[in-house]
Write a protein of this length. Structure first.
Length: 337
């Protein structure tokens, strides 16, 4: 989907938190700047030339988006740092002179941040377009050509999937033993779990992620979501057994649905559901360009740690993980318990 970086703060931050995209951008955009204390920095005058805007235009954004720009590397040099910078610039800074007591400078990250904000600048518009292309290329390259199963690159995914499968059996066994109905009840009550956690049934989820008919939903889920589903399955299996034994007979489907509704409201799950909704909505929009409309209110920028988790050196394809002797040893120990 088309991204308007000038309007969306989380889309801007998702780019700025992706150090792999920033590395490629710094290499290919060649914006200039000067090296100062180990990083590339830019003065306001340099940005006025780069983006073809006035001093007052930049000042306007420094006021309207002060916190965002400061968080991404805009800083004001004073004292010894300013003296060192002036010395680097041969004693003066353009349009400021030697008597300047404070000088704002932009890191490369802050320069991109400003470029994603400026609506008055044609060079900034072109930069935004190039940035989005760079992000797509980096994501595809580091995720092995596609992002549909990027969740599986997380080193926690395999263990979460293995454990969830065991709790899934407990859940389906409980439905067999304690709830009336035919085989349709498995899909029906599984959908109730999905709707409790992320407001979508299986068909809606597959549509959002554009999954093929035979592609399995849970193979696309993040480890945190799988862990929460496992908790639901284990807890509901216990509650179904307890309620059925108290009545001395199987529960009707209506009784089981009422139990689900009550279980979902347990205070224990509120922070876990919030976390799962936030991670799923935010990561899917960032990594998969997939919008869960029913979770739109939970979308946040993806933290830098998640880019390391799914694109970093420790992230591996499922095939690589399954060929790792240490991983196989862990699963053998779990199986032998």
């Amino acid at each position: 989907m088309a991204k308007d970086l000038t309007e969306s703060s989380h889309d801007r931050q998702n780019i700025l938190n992706n150090r792999y995209a920033l590395q490629q951008a710094e290499q290919h955009l060649s914006l200039g700047g000067v090296q100062f204390q180990g990083e590339t920095v830019f003065t306001k005058q340099q940005l006025m030339l780069l983006y073809e805007v006035s001093d007052s235009t930049i000042e306007k954004y420094l006021v309207s988006h002060a916190n965002e720009l400061k968080a991404n590397g805009y800083t004001v040099l004073k004292g010894s740092k300013l003296k060192e910078f002036k010395k680097l610039m041969n004693g003066t800074v353009t349009n400021y002179g030697t008597k300047t007591s404070a000088l704002g400078v932009f890191s490369f990250r802050a320069v991109l941040n400003l470029g994603m904000l400026l609506t008055e600048s044609e060079p900034a518009r072109l930069l935004r377009s190039r940035l989005l292309d760079i992000v797509l290329d980096v994501m595809a390259e580091r995720a092995g050509g596609h992002t549909k199963f990027i969740n599986q690159r997380d080193e926690n995914y395999l263990l979460a999937a293995f454990q969830e499968e065991n709790y899934r059996r407990q859940f389906t066994d409980a439905l067999d033993s304690y709830v009336e109905g035919n085989n349709w009840k498995y899909a029906r009550f599984t959908n109730l779990i999905y709707q409790s956690i992320f407001h979508e049934n299986a068909a809606e989820y597959k549509k959002v992620l554009k999954l093929a008919e035979k592609e399995k939903i849970r193979e696309t889920m993040y480890s945190e979501v799988l862990n929460l589903i496992a908790s639901f399955e284990s807890g509901i299996a216990h509650e179904l057994e307890k309620a059925s034994q108290a009545q001395g007979c199987k529960l009707t489907q209506k009784e089981a649905e009422n139990l689900f509704a009550s279980f979902e409201q347990h205070p224990l799950f509120r922070p876990l559901i919030l976390d799962a909704r936030t991670k799923m909505a935010s990561r899917d929009l960032c990594f998969r360009d997939a919008l869960h409309e029913k979770l739109e209110a939970y979308i946040q920028s993806v933290p830098e740690a998640d880019f390391e988790r799914f694109l970093g050196e420790k992230s591996k394809s499922l095939e690589e993980q399954l060929s790792d002797p240490d991983t196989l040893a862990v699963f053998k120990r779990l199986k032998d318990r």
